[in-house]
Write a protein that binds this ligand. Structure first.
Ligand SMILES: *[C@@H]1O[C@H](CO)[C@@H](O)[C@H](O)[C@H]1NC(C)=O
Ligand SMILES: *[C@@H]1O[C@H](CO)[C@@H](O)[C@H](O)[C@H]1NC(C)=O
Ligand SMILES: *[C@@H]1O[C@H](CO)[C@@H](O)[C@H](O)[C@H]1NC(C)=O
Ligand SMILES: *[C@@H]1O[C@H](CO)[C@@H](O)[C@H](O)[C@H]1NC(C)=O
Ligand SMILES: *[C@@H]1O[C@H](CO)[C@@H](O)[C@H](O)[C@H]1NC(C)=O
Ligand SMILES: *[C@@H]1O[C@H](CO)[C@@H](O)[C@H](O)[C@H]1NC(C)=O
Ligand SMILES: *[C@@H]1O[C@H](CO)[C@@H](O)[C@H](O)[C@H]1NC(C)=O
Ligand SMILES: *[C@@H]1O[C@H](CO)[C@@H](O)[C@H](O)[C@H]1NC(C)=O
Ligand SMILES: *[C@@H]1O[C@H](CO)[C@@H](O)[C@H](O)[C@H]1NC(C)=O
Length: 439
């Protein structure tokens, strides 16, 4: 067996992924991705302060989808919320100590949600009221910000006496984010609209929340299937990629039960989604088809299918890692943006939908799929159809890494030698040991 140089990157990618999937909150394609929540104290009041809280999504391709973010914290002392603009606390709590003026929320650990679009103008502030939806920075930086204003009472009234809230939580909509402690930072400087006057916050503190897929869900939430023009075999998603049928309830497509339960776009936390029965049991399948071979170019078709009857995926993103993505020539039907993280190779990029055309991946059923084709320019040095080179190394849907088939199951070029499994296994073990030695 000739040592195959393409088996190496594939296997090392798998080994690295196996290791990284256990590391908390580190995304190799978006190493500095986070959601930063900044509290700007705009004024002190007789018993506390008024702050504008701004949430900025610095993640390139992970967003917060409808029904939006839920943000919580724990007060240090006996603080209360007198009022909020552009958001609301979900529970008022026990305000029985108060006579006359009743606070908006008296809970020790308030939970805040965004208001829905369309609230009256005098109850809004800039960047509020988006139903908690926060776009990814790569897709739409202007929609990656969300703000609200909070008036806090029974709190400190100067930068020496104020106590920072603690124990921040961010749900969006599932679990997965871990937030840091509040850290005082230099006060924000604000510029007036005409740029002629600068003002500054009385005090500012930042909280940083990072995402971990392992924390969000034990199993993958999407899988990849593969096919090619040179082999009629379709490599399906690995069975039980996201779960097994016997452990999860699911519905066969076209059954009567679907109609009675669809129509609630509320992926409740810790509640199993209503899925179409498949052998992979993933809500999302990404199919990569190597479609055509031109002299200097080659063509790929990507299809994304939704098997979830309860979710319309708004502002979805798809990240692909493939060595030829540095030479993307044309992308049809989707928007494309290369991801140039802190590394020397431009082998990854993000796709997302075009506004009003396919930026929503509809719930499972007839409309629950979207497609794109892309044309890539061959780099004569590295291009080959052999050994599955034309297939992606990794795929992420909405920032979640998708389960790939095993390399030995890829559709092969006819007459090309199968990779020897024993050699592959030895190589994998060797790589694993090498990597662990450097850990
Ligand atoms: C959060 O993300 C921003 C933008 O990528 C980065 O500058 C900042 O260092 C990150 N913060 C942390 C604490 O990782
Ligand atoms: C508090 O504010 C005063 C003036 O407003 C400033 O001089 C001082 O550095 C601030 N202290 C802290 C801890 O931010
Ligand atoms: C922090 O918040 C979590 C969830 O709201 C809660 O379970 C935990 O007890 C809190 N810890 C502290 C120290 O308040
Ligand atoms: C605090 O967060 C804001 C984003 O809201 C960011 O621009 C700023 O750099 C952060 N400050 C520090 C010191 O990290
Ligand atoms: C899932 O199914 C397997 C095999 O049928 C079984 O061993 C396992 O306990 C089940 N897990 C749950 C959570 O039901
Ligand atoms: C998805 O969107 C369609 C069209 O806007 C709507 O009819 C349907 O109820 C939505 N489905 C869910 C699960 O929200
Ligand atoms: C990657 O892309 C960036 C711009 O997107 C470019 O400056 C850089 O030279 C590229 N690197 C390689 C190795 O192609
Ligand atoms: C592919 O892109 C790289 C840099 O991104 C460039 O150096 C190379 O010439 C390109 N190859 C072709 C065939 O255009
Ligand atoms: C197509 O790929 C499959 C799966 O790798 C392989 O078993 C089969 O031999 C290939 N077909 C041809 C004609 O080479």
């Amino acid at each position: 067996m000739v040592f195959n140089r393409y088996a190496y990157p594939l296997l090392s990618a798998i080994v690295i992924v196996m290791i990284f999937s256990h590391a908390v909150a580190f995304d190799p394609l978006d190493p500095t991705g986070n959601i930063t929540i900044k509290w700007d104290v705009m004024s002190w009041t007789p018993d506390g302060y008024v702050a504008v809280v701004t949430m900025t999504n610095f993640q390139m391709y992970r967003h917060i989808m409808s029904p939006g973010w839920t943000f919580g914290w724990t007060w240090s002392k006996k603080e209360v919320i007198w009022g909020m603009v552009g958001a609301q606390a979900t529970e008022q709590g026990d305000c029985s100590k108060f006579k006359g003026n009743i606070p908006h929320c008296c809970k020790k650990n308030p939970t805040v949600v965004d208001l829905l679009p369309g609230v009256p103008y005098n109850q809004q502030i800039a960047n509020c009221c988006k139903g908690g939806v926060l776009a990814s920075r790569g897709q739409d930086p202007s929609a990656a910000v969300s703000s609200f204003q909070v008036s806090v009472g029974l709190a400190g009234t100067s930068n020496k006496t104020v106590r920072l809230p603690k124990n921040f939580t961010l749900l969006g909509p599932g679990r997965g984010y871990t937030c840091s402690q509040a850290k005082p930072v230099p006060p924000t400087i604000f510029m007036s609209a005409d740029g002629r006057r600068r003002t500054q916050a009385m005090m500012t503190w930042n909280v940083t929340c990072t995402y971990s897929q392992i924390l969000a869900s034990k199993n993958p939430t999407c899988c990849v299937s593969l096919s090619s023009f040179y082999n009629s075999t379709i490599t399906p998603c690995p069975s039980c990629s996201c779960g097994c049928q016997n452990n999860n309830s699911c519905v066969t497509s076209g059954s009567e039960t679907i109609r009675s339960v669809v129509g609630t776009n509320k992926p409740a936390i810790n509640k199993a989604p209503l899925l179409q029965c498949t052998q992979h049991m993933c809500p999302i399948r990404v199919h990569w088809h190597v479609k055509l071979n031109y002299k200097e170019y080659w063509r790929v078709k990507i299809s994304i299918t939704n098997f979830n009857y309860q979710v319309n995926y708004t502002k979805w993103t798809l990240v692909v890692q493939h060595p030829n993505l540095n030479n993307v020539t044309e992308v049809f039907s989707f928007a494309y943006k290369p991801l140039a993280p802190y590394k020397s190779t431009n082998d990854s990029g993000m796709f997302y939908g075009l506004k009003f055309f396919n930026d929503v991946l509809m719930e499972a059923g007839e409309d629950g799929n979207i497609q794109s084709e892309l044309i890539l320019k061959k780099d004569i040095e590295t291009f080959t159809f052999k050994q599955g080179w034309a297939f992606p190394r990794n795929i992420y849907f909405n920032g979640e890494e998708c389960k790939m088939p095993l390399p030995e199951d890829y559709p092969y070029l006819p007459n090309s030698a199968h990779s020897n499994q024993i050699v592959s296994l030895t190589l994998a073990v060797f790589l694993l040991l090498t990597l662990l030695a450097f850990w």
